[in-house]
Design a protein around this ligand. Structure first.
Ligand code: ATP
Ligand code: MG
Ligand code: FE
Length: 336
């Protein structure tokens, strides 16, 4: 089974081809970070324009890497949402054009299902499992009893983890995207600044990071008003410790309550060194299998979309040529 995946939900134009749901044959990502950097974040209009310019080039490169033609592809999987509508539409329209021209099935994929399925490119999934999703726009705990079935048991009530990283980085005058910079700084500093942790109600698996973000901003501003400076590495270390403390504690509780066999980590923030080592330490007793994808599969790519698409294709999920981009798509929509 050969699946071609297309991803354009945000600021990466990506095409990949995978074999039998797990083997990467081609994986091409054109990042737009350089174009958005000077604005301190993703500018939707610029993102769409780049996708239009890049999609054909990236597609051709992927086919070249795989050394196959469209005749051998079984299905075309594309991110239908969530994401920026104008960005999503470029991928959706490219996928529809190819599906029509080559008479191939079209499989719609949820972007976060893709992030979760990046883990299947690392190892075979064992159910039931729990996925900790920590990305630029999402912070969720997702329970899966079987392939292609997603139950959100907790999610952020305000900022996503990655969003908080990026905003804190901006406060510290670090370039976009700020996550990797905070991560690096955090390892040079000490968590000596007292910052809040939002545990929310007893038993809740929801998250909240806006209070923490505001506390960091206030700490910086108050120090500036007093004419003092705070060591940015200590602030980064304190912020990172607070984020990781909440993520790991809630995840551990959910792993125990739901009795899962595997814990998958997904999304761009899964690239965080502090989070990776805290999770490795917490789950080192071997009771469950901890899976964290390599860095290149944590951030946006199309191999993960093809991996989720492979499973959705087997499940019989199809879209026709009326497929549209859905910016606020719900991950539970294809559960049966
Ligand atoms: P979503 O997947 O929710 O639609 P997205 O696709 O924009 O959002 P991803 O590409 O999964 O998000 O991840 C990007 C985020 O990951 C950014 O917020 C970035 O700062 C963060 N990130 C990347 N590397 C690190 C790191 N080492 N530490 C912390 N955060 C990181
Ligand atoms: Mg991105
Ligand atoms: Fe993403």
């Amino acid at each position: 089974q050969w699946i071609l995946g297309i991803e354009t939900s945000c600021d990466e134009t990506a095409v990949a081809i995978i074999k039998n749901g797990r083997e990467i044959v081609a994986n091409v990502v054109a990042s737009q970070i350089e174009s958005h950097k000077r604005f301190g974040g993703v500018v939707p209009e610029i993102a769409s324009r780049h996708h239009v310019e890049q999609i054909t080039i990236v597609m051709e490169e992927a086919l070249k890497q795989a050394n196959i033609t469209f005749a051998e592809i079984d299905a075309i999987a594309v991110t239908e949402g969530p994401g920026l509508v104008g960005a999503l539409l470029i991928g959706v329209n490219a996928a529809k054009a190819l599906a029509f021209a080559h008479n191939k099935p079209l499989v719609p994929v949820h972007h976060i299902a893709g992030h979760i399925y990046a883990n299947r490119l690392v190892t075979e999934l064992k159910f039931p499992l729990l996925a900790l999703v920590v990305s630029g726009g999402h912070t969720e705990l997702v329970y899966m009893k079987e392939h292609g079935h997603f139950e959100v048991i907790g999610e952020t009530r305000d900022d996503a983890a990655g969003e908080a990283y990026d905003k804190v980085a901006r406060t510290l005058n670090l370039p976009y995207p700020g996550g990797p910079h905070i991560d690096r700084l955090a390892h040079e500093g000490c968590p000596v600044i007292d910052l809040p942790r939002a545990w929310l109600e007893e038993g809740s698996y929801d998250f909240s990071f806006s209070g923490l973000k505001s506390a960091v901003i206030n700490t910086v501003h108050n120090a500036a008003q007093r004419g003092e400076t705070i060591a940015p590495e200590d602030l980064a270390a304190s912020f990172q410790e607070s984020v990781i403390d909440v993520l790991v504690t809630k995840t551990k509780k959910a792993v125990e309550e739901y009795g899962v066999k595997q814990l998958l980590v997904a999304g761009g923030v899964a690239a965080n060194k502090g989070l990776r080592s805290a999770l490795e330490k917490t789950f080192s007793d071997g009771k469950i299998e901890l899976v964290i994808p390599p860095l290149s599969l944590c951030t946006d790519n199309a191999a993960m979309i093809a991996a989720a698409g492979s499973v959705m294709f087997e499940k019989g999920i199809r879209a026709d040529l009326s497929l549209n981009a859905i910016p606020g798509l719900d991950i539970e929509i294809y559960n049966t």
